[in-house]
Design a protein around this ligand. Structure first.
Ligand code: DX5
Ligand code: ZN
Length: 213
């Protein structure tokens, strides 16, 4: 299991220190939550702060867009060369076109599904995707509790991607901790995002390791 700590739970007064700390504690990716105050009822960070994160990070960036105008934000963040950019299918009229655009910029495209969105929504996109991110909370805030309908959904998506594109990873985001990690592993999940669990733990390396099962 790969682990992507979410910087949303970092101390923004000590952002460089916190990003360096998770990278030195064995994380696999650095998860960056971009919220625009429209698609979700919260507003986070833009390219100025994300570029400071990119400078401090020694692990690849995983940018999660929670915004209304996906294409605008893809173009805004592409110069920072993140490893992944994921966008919500609920907010995109032309997901196939945007996948192609992200790939043409040299970035791995990923699609995010809200808790109510069925995995079939990405069936005909799977062969063009590097990752599907399943939300296990309603997007907008860290520290919420895990919505467990993501487990049967991950099982179903795992079957679909094994048939259509075994290279496409499954990521889960929201309320992940050492109590639900085994269920996620059993369901075929490859990557977990963990914000409050990692940043509230007294030993971040130990927290990350407890999820790398
Ligand atoms: C929520 C964000 C998450 C959040 C996860 O909208 O997408 O990445 O930071 O935080 P925890 O792990 O605390 O639920
Ligand atoms: Zn996220």
């Amino acid at each position: 299991m790969l682990v992507a700590p979410s910087v949303l739970s970092a101390d923004f007064g000590n952002l460089q220190r916190d990003v360096e700390e998770i990278c030195n504690s064995g994380c696999d990716l650095v998860h960056v939550d971009v919220m625009d105050g429209h698609f979700v009822p919260n507003l986070t960070i833009g390219p100025v702060v994300v570029s400071a994160i990119a400078k401090a990070a020694t692990k690849p960036l995983d940018i999660h867009l929670m915004v209304e105008n996906n294409t605008f934000f893809v173009e805004l963040f592409a110069p920072l060369k993140p490893h992944y950019i994921s966008f919500h299918i609920e907010e995109e009229k032309h997901p196939h076109r945007l996948i192609q655009k992200i790939r043409s910029l040299g970035i791995k495209p990923a699609i995010v599904l809200n808790p109510h969105t069925p995995p079939e929504a990405v069936e005909y996109l799977l062969k063009d995707l590097d990752m599907v991110l399943l939300m296990s909370v309603n997007p907008g805030f860290g520290g919420q509790s895990f919505i467990d309908n993501v487990i049967p959904k991950a099982f179903k998506l795992n079957e679909m991607r094994n048939k259509i594109n075994p290279n496409c990873l499954i990521e889960v985001d929201g309320g992940v901790n050492d109590k639900n990690i085994q269920l996620l592993k059993n369901a075929g999940v490859d990557v977990v995002v963990a914000g409050s669990y990692v940043f509230k733990h007294k030993d971040k390396a130990q927290a990350i390791q407890s999820l790398q099962i």
